[in-house]
Ligand binder design. Structure first.
Ligand code: ASP
Length: 307
């Protein structure tokens, strides 16, 4: 039996501790704890890593505190377009959706793409139609509305500026993700996001791209990233952590350090990632001031926001 472990994140960026009220911090911590505990309960009762990451991400998608599912950021044309991916480390199967609208839980749609279609990545209307055919829960635009996200969009509306959810006055941010190791030794990763505020219609970030924002391979690790998606795409960040372990024999922590602190910064890759290796070691690292994160491993549970 392998040790079980799970980690979740709710975004990383330039967080200002002064902008965080005790009430807000409490709400974020409670949501992160609820997500990681939900996933861990599944693992503890013999559930798969895949079930655990999906369940944990769904909890975070359902809270408007994070930029995924309900509470996703606004696109340049005033809508919400979400990206999500899920991947299993045993057979490297993956499923993903990009620029999808009105789907309550994009991570579950990504899983359906993996399990019930011959494809890996479905986008836009095709993804929506597939969700409909699969009878996944759909919601109207009002469900995804969040006043703070709307105000963030008003700051850049009509300009060419694209901003990370966190690089605004309020410094609220939060693509979400989860990585897990189950008792059979299987790893899985999932990521879900509304992307970047004022992004061009049809823009796709790193989150739904296997190897960029999401990756799992039982030979090495499972990874979920958050940050400036264009940089993470160019760095093929998640797969690079795997490659440093597989080809150079580096331990997880060192592989993550190289990607987060050496490879991403020259590409303007502000952000971080969560990772678990096949021995259940958890690494949560970022090159900015904070990352909403939580994990449960053999040492217990920890929830953190700032460094
Ligand atoms: N990586 C996401 C994207 O670029 C944004 C984020 O992590 O907040 O779509």
């Amino acid at each position: 039996m392998s040790p079980i472990a799970i980690a979740v994140h709710g975004g990383a960026g330039t967080l200002d501790p002064a902008a965080m009220t005790p009430e807000k911090e409490k709400a974020y911590r409670a949501a992160l704890a609820a997500a990681v505990q939900r996933g861990h309960r599944l693992l503890a009762s013999g559930g798969t890593a895949l079930d655990a990451v999906e369940a944990a991400v769904r909890v975070l998608e359902d809270t408007p505190l994070f930029n995924a599912g309900r509470g996703s950021v606004f696109t340049a044309d005033g809508g919400h377009q979400m990206d999500a991916a899920i991947m299993r480390g045993d057979d490297l199967r993956a499923g993903a959706v990009a620029a999808v609208q009105n789907v309550k839980n994009p991570v579950s749609l990504a899983r359906r793409v993996m399990e019930r279609s011959p494809h890996v990545l479905l986008s836009g209307r095709g993804a929506f139609e597939f969700a409909h055919a699969q009878r996944l829960e759909l919601e109207d635009d009002a469900y995804f509305f969040d006043q703070l996200r709307y105000d963030q969009w008003q700051e850049v509306r009509g300009t060419a500026a694209v901003q990370l959810d966190h690089s605004v006055r309020e410094r609220k941010f939060g693509t979400v993700g989860a990585v897990a190791l189950d008792a059979t030794g299987c790893l899985a990763a999932a990521t879900s996001t509304g992307g970047m505020t004022n992004k061009r219609w049809g823009r796709i970030g790193d989150s739904p791209v296997p190897g960029a924002g999401t990756y799992a391979n039982n030979a090495t690790c499972a990874i979920s990233c958050t940050g400036n998606g264009e940089a993470f795409l160019r760095a093929v960040a998640a797969h690079d952590v795997h490659a440093l372990m597989a080809y150079k024999g580096l331990p997880l922590q060192e592989a993550v350090r190289i990607v987060v602190h050496e490879k991403l910064p020259p590409l303007d890759g502000e952000g971080g990632l969560i990772a678990i290796d096949r021995d259940g070691n958890v690494v949560l690292d970022f090159n900015c001031t904070g990352m909403y994160r939580a994990h449960i491993d053999h040492r217990g549970e920890e929830v953190a926001i700032f460094r």
